[in-house]
Design a protein. Structure first.
Length: 123
C-alpha cells in the first residue's frame, strides 16, 4: 500500500467513523508524518470539540490503519479525564507514566470493543 493510499484510507475512516463513535459535533485536523515518534497521536480540546490527529504513515502497516484510526478518535472521549490525571501527577515522572499507561490501556480496550461494530469503509 502506497503512502497516498494509506492517507486516503485514514481520511475515509475518520470521515465515516467519527459520527458512529459519538464525535459527530467535533472537527478534526489531520496531518501526516508530523515528526511524532509514535504511529499516531491525538491532541483533543473537548471544550471546543476539536482535535488534531497525526498519523506517521512510515510507521503504520496497512493492517494497522483501522485500529489506529479508531484508537485516536477514542482519545477524544477520555481527553478531559487524562488531562486532570496529568495535572494531579504534576512533575512526578513516575505518576505521569502511570497515567499515560492507564489512559492508553483504557483507550485501546474501548476502541477494540467498538471496532467490530463500526461500518465497513471501502476506499
Amino acid at each position: 500500500m502506497t503512502r497516498s493510499e494509506k492517507k486516503r484510507r485514514v481520511e475515509a475512516l475518520i470521515e465515516h467513523w467519527h459520527a458512529p463513535l459519538g464525535l459527530a459535533n467535533w472537527t478534526f485536523q489531520t496531518t501526516f508524518d508530523g515528526g511524532a515518534k509514535e504511529q499516531a497521536t491525538c491532541i483533543a480540546d473537548p471544550e471546543y470539540r476539536n482535535a488534531r490527529l497525526n498519523f506517521n504513515l512510515r510507521r503504520i502497516g496497512p493492517h494497522e490503519i483501522e485500529e489506529l484510526v479508531c484508537h485516536e478518535l477514542m482519545h477524544c472521549h477520555g481527553w478531559a479525564l487524562g488531562a486532570y490525571a496529568f495535572k494531579w501527577a504534576a512533575n512526578d515522572g513516575t505518576k505521569r507514566e502511570v497515567v499515560r499507561q492507564a489512559e492508553e490501556l483504557l483507550t485501546t480496550a474501548v476502541s477494540r470493543a467498538f471496532l467490530p461494530l463500526l461500518p465497513k469503509v471501502v476506499t
